[in-house]
Design a binder for this molecule. Structure first.
Ligand SMILES: Nc1nc2c(ncn2[C@@H]2O[C@H](COP(=O)(O)OP(=O)(O)OP(=O)(O)O)[C@@H](O)[C@H]2O)c(=O)[nH]1
Ligand SMILES: [Mg+2]
Length: 499
């Protein structure tokens, strides 16, 4: 997502980097590149103009040009202006109390994702303790009613439809009337779409708006589209007075045009983003996270949130306890890998980690998911005793495990070595907050220890410099213990030679 925009912005900002002092000319050249990358991402022209004016006003000032680190300052300005462009947000659905009926209406161009998003919203509302009713108000396509019914069944939400009726306004009216009697407190209208804006569609939607008076009207916009979608958003907004926008398909190769333009053009907040075809792929929109992602700063918060939702919390608590007790075996490692695979592909996870953008590119053609599978395969081929204590694995066993997992024997060796390094880190992470852990992970990355294929290659001691004194103490204790063990072994060896 946003790859070319990310690259464009990165190379623009790179031209500024490393220059102690900037001239106005340098800055203007860099800003030209920023402008170009926005246009290439199909951001609407008036938006680009307004954005560049705001950035230039701040960037071409004495205080930035003469500052100690101008490039950092420009990144800061671009970041803040991206946030201003996409925000502010309002995630509330403005629902009335449960004993009243709230009506939400979704509209948008054909194929933008209206019906899917109706299903996603219904599921979200259900999870929040509401009783939604989906209404098939798209009588354009005969298959539309069927599509909504299937979605409703999947999530256990009632669907109102009238196959005989030819009038969507009447369908909506009957649905709202019946909502109370079927125990629903939120009615979601799935309206028809058209390939292009046309008079007839607009009149139909206006009529629904006037007769039903929905509490909220949301425009569903395909995030993969650029200026076209944004122009139609303006037309929808003029006719209907939108309350919010839902951007879909931001999981695909969206260029960024729609997400950067739609708020500025319509003036209404982006409420949610659709990030997949699955019904749980709907997230609240956060401009600062999106700006971070666009600038290649990753999206750690979303990752942490998703991890929280998708990880098995009980299992996490058990692991935490074991780690606190200083236990981290290959079996624990295996469980963690398994949990991680639930978050999605390594590519997806990496695209959300700060600074991993470049790494992700370097990994093109490397199948990180296959690597994780190989690791799991190797661990699965070990005996329980070996998982507890990998030191038991001798040459013969190494070969057997390799055969069992379909890998080369040295890969078994590599895994054991990586694990050794990792177990030390993991146990020292125990009991730390998420922020502290992220910092440690980042230090690991910087140290080159973590490469996303799940292989730990170089272990660098540079992480040591940021350890707290208590950690340093622990580390020293560990080292001393290891030293004592080695000396004891040497002594024993000498003794046995003498005998
Ligand atoms: N990848 C991805 N696909 C999505 C998302 N939202 C919707 N889709 C897909 O987009 C296609 C169109 O979605 P619909 O929900 O049928 O779109 P619609 O706006 O109701 O279409 P019409 O009723 O024909 O106007 C379907 O294949 C959906 O699975 C999303 O967030 N990500
Ligand atoms: Mg539809």
């Amino acid at each position: 997502m946003f790859e070319s925009l990310q690259d464009g912005l990165a190379s623009a900002l790179k031209t500024l980097r490393g220059k102690a002092r900037l001239s106005e000319g340098n800055m203007r050249d860099a800003l030209k590149l920023v402008e170009q990358s926005l246009l290439e991402a199909d951001v609407s022209l008036p938006v680009v103009k307004a954005f560049m004016a705001a950035v230039a006003e701040q960037a071409i000032g004495e205080s930035v040009l003469k500052s100690l680190d101008p490039s950092q300052q420009v990144v800061g300005i671009v970041y803040q202006e991206l946030i201003n462009l996409m925000g502010p947000v309002d995630h509330s659905l403005h629902l009335k109390s449960k004993d009243e009926v709230t009506v939400l209406m979704l509209c948008g161009l054909q194929g933008s994702g209206k019906t899917t998003t109706c299903g996603k919203l219904a599921m979200m509302l259900k999870e929040r303790g509401r009783v939604p009713l989906l209404v098939a108000a798209d009588l354009q396509r005969p298959a539309a009613i069927e599509q909504l019914s299937v979605l409703g069944e999947q999530i256990g939400v009632s669907v109102f439809s009238d196959r005989q009726s030819g009038d969507p306004v009447k369908v909506c009216q009957s649905a709202v009337k019946q909502a109370k009697s079927v125990g629903a407190d939120v009615v979601i209208l799935d309206t028809a779409g058209r390939l292009h804006i046309d008079e007839e569609l607009m009149r139909q939607l206006e009529k629904i708006d006037q007769r039903i008076e929905p509490e909220q009207i949301y425009l569903v916009v395909d995030g993969m589209t650029g200026q076209d979608a944004v122009n139609s958003a303006k037309a929808f907004n003029d006719a209907l007075e939108l309350d919010g926008v839902i951007l879909t398909k931001l999981d695909g190769d969206a260029r960024g045009g729609a997400v950067l333009s739609v708020k500025h053009v319509t003036g209404v907040p982006i409420k949610f983003i659709g990030t997949g075809e699955h019904l749980d792929a709907l997230q609240e929109f956060h401009p600062e996270r999106m700006a971070q992602r666009i600038l290649g700063m990753g999206d750690v918060l979303t990752l942490v949130e998703e991890a929280h939702q998708k990880f098995d919390q009980e299992e996490m608590a058990r692991q935490e306890e074991r780690m606190l007790a200083g236990i981290f075996t290959l079996d624990d490692f295996r469980k963690q890998l398994k949990q991680m695979t639930r978050l999605g592909s390594m590519q997806k996870i990496m695209s959300m980690m700060p600074g991993m953008g470049a790494m992700k590119k370097a990994m093109d053609g490397v199948d990180a998911d296959a690597d994780v599978k190989r690791l799991l395969g190797v661990i699965d081929s070990m005996t329980p005793a070996e998982k507890e204590n990998p030191k038991l694995i001798d040459q013969r066993r190494r070969r057997r495990i390799a055969v069992g997992a379909g890998v080369e024997p040295h890969e078994v060796n590599d895994l054991v070595k990586q694990f050794d390094v990792m177990s030390g880190v993991m146990t020292s992470m125990a009991g730390k907050g998420i922020g502290e852990r992220m910092k440690m992970v980042k230090e690991l990355q910087e140290g080159g220890m973590f490469d996303p294929g799940g292989k730990m290659t170089k272990q660098k001691q540079s992480t040591g410099k940021r350890l707290s004194s208590k950690e340093k103490g622990n580390l020293k204790k560990q080292r001393d213990k290891e030293l004592r063990r080695k000396k004891r072994l040497q002594r024993e060896a000498r003794l046995s030679k003498k005998m």
